[in-house]
Design a protein around this ligand. Structure first.
Ligand code: ARG
Length: 459
């Protein structure tokens, strides 16, 4: 097939080589960015008198019509084209004639692809941030409803201390807030325009890179043309943000899976987000949560992929860099799909406070509070800890719990025990006493909810 780049080559390549070289099957995703970039380029060229006003008007008019036709489906993408940039330029030249050939003045596909990709990533960041916000809303809603729902808090997956379900959910809200901050930070570095770097060395034309960047909503321009065409840090950073986010979603999913098991039964997922079994009629499987957990692996793979692709590339552009797109598209689509399913799944999930309380009542999760009781009566913590431990061992032996052990039994361990100990080891009291900043007390949980709500309004 004949090419637009018939320089010293005759532009004829083997069909297999064409297919191997082509990126249109995936980079056509960026058709909108490519055309918007070209519209800005035409405007800059005219402002700098590199093309005439009427040439610019003609180019922009046809570029807009190509965009419309692609959106409506009137024009379909020619899969035999080399990439989206070549395809758009080819259609433009067909529609405009000779003037179409002027558009590529003072630019190269190297800065063009870097530009399109940055524009694409910027849009994806905005979409992802708004999806994270909807998951945050679901979490906050559930946290509000469960601000005083007692459950066991765990370490090593062993019951540790009583907390509230609201407090537990808000831990994830804090992670997601950091994720939004990370994406917004990545946005700042992505929001720098490479266009005008041209092939690698800049250009002899009197271009205005700043004007072109501002037309496209960029904050500034890359300061070094070699860096402009070879920098894919924003890709690494974006997929890294996706990976950290997925790690958080996966941990939450894992808990959802555990909580909805019969062993826990702390929550019940809506049937909209579970599946049945083809053989076991009693089954209600948390497939969506499992898939989120599972898809985390592929996003990590995308990150490893781009890091490895870029490693060792000499400056400036190398065709290896065409491999930057599929991994990023995959990571982004995966993250969006996971967030889209997680938001309604969390919103419709039902907490089962009775079961959480039942679990909290077993496992001696108020043993620390028993020790603290003695400390407040004057014993050093280590001594109190020892006494409390012996009482727990005794309870285990006699198959009872701290709340049910009579006072005279307690007195055998320490004369400091009085009737008020029962109040102190009451689970709700244990929670309410944890008023330290960020602790699990209801007032602290309410403070956290307020913080998340304000964040959502201002971000
Ligand atoms: N399709 C290419 C890519 O995605 C566009 C850049 C091609 N540049 C070049 N000099 N061949 O990276």
């Amino acid at each position: 097939m004949a090419k637009m780049w018939t320089g010293v080559t005759n532009g004829v390549t083997d069909k297999l080589a064409d297919d191997f070289n082509s990126s249109i099957s995936f980079d056509s995703k960026m058709f909108k960015e490519d055309i918007e970039g070209s519209i800005a380029h035409a405007s800059m060229l005219a402002k700098q008198n590199i093309i005439s006003e009427s040439e610019k008007d003609c180019l922009i008019d046809r570029l807009c019509s190509i965009l419309e036709d692609l959106k409506s489906g009137k024009l379909s993408i020619d899969q035999s084209a080399e990439d989206i940039h070549m395809f758009v330029e080819q259609v433009l030249t067909e529609r405009v004639g000779e003037t179409g050939k002027k558009l590529h003045t003072a630019r190269s596909r190297n800065d063009q692809v870097a530009l399109d990709f940055r524009m694409y990533v910027k849009n994806e960041i905005s979409k992802i941030v708004s999806l994270i916000k909807s998951v945050l809303s679901s979490l906050t809603e559930q946290a509000e409803e469960n601000a005083s729902t007692i459950m066991p808090g765990y370490t090593h997956l062993q019951r540790a201390q009583p907390i509230t379900f609201g407090h537990h959910l808000l831990a994830y809200a804090m992670m997601l807030i950091r994720d939004i901050d990370r994406f917004n930070d990545c946005y700042k570095r992505t929001n720098v325009s490479p266009i005008g770097s041209c092939a690698l060395a800049g250009t002899t034309y009197n271009t205005d890179r700043f004007y072109e960047a501002s037309l496209l909503g960029f904050d500034g321009v890359c300061k070094n043309s070699l860096d402009g065409v070879s920098d894919r840090d924003f890709t690494v950073e974006f997929i890294s943000c996706c990976s950290t986010l997925m790690m958080h979603l996966s941990r939450l999913s894992e808990e959802i899976i555990l909580w909805s098991s019969w062993e826990f039964k702390f929550i019940e997922l809506s049937t909209d987000y579970t599946t049945g079994s083809s053989i076991m009629p009693q089954k209600k499987n948390p497939d969506m949560a499992e898939l989120i957990r599972g898809k985390t692996g592929r996003v990590y793979g995308d990150l490893m992929g781009i890091l490895t692709t870029l490693k060792g590339l000499p400056l400036a552009y190398n065709k290896d860099m065409q491999e930057d797109k599929e991994g990023l598209f995959d990571a982004s689509e995966t993250v969006k799909a996971c967030l889209s399913i997680l938001a309604p799944m969390l919103k419709t999930m039902k907490a089962i406070p009775e079961n959480m309380l039942l679990a909290a009542q077993k496992g001696f999760i108020n043993a620390t509070d028993l020790a603290d009781y003695l400390v407040k009566k004057g014993l050093p913590f280590r001594t109190a800890y020892k006494i409390s431990g012996s009482i727990v061992s005794d309870c285990i032996k006699n198959n009872t719990v701290l709340e049910k052990l009579p006072l005279d039994k307690y007195k055998e361990y320490s004369e400091l025990f009085e009737n008020d100990l029962y109040q102190e080891i009451d689970l709700l009291t244990c929670v309410e006493k944890r008023v330290s900043y960020g602790g699990t007390s209801v007032s602290s949980v309410n403070g956290q909810i307020k913080f998340v709500k304000e964040y959502l309004q201002n971000v």
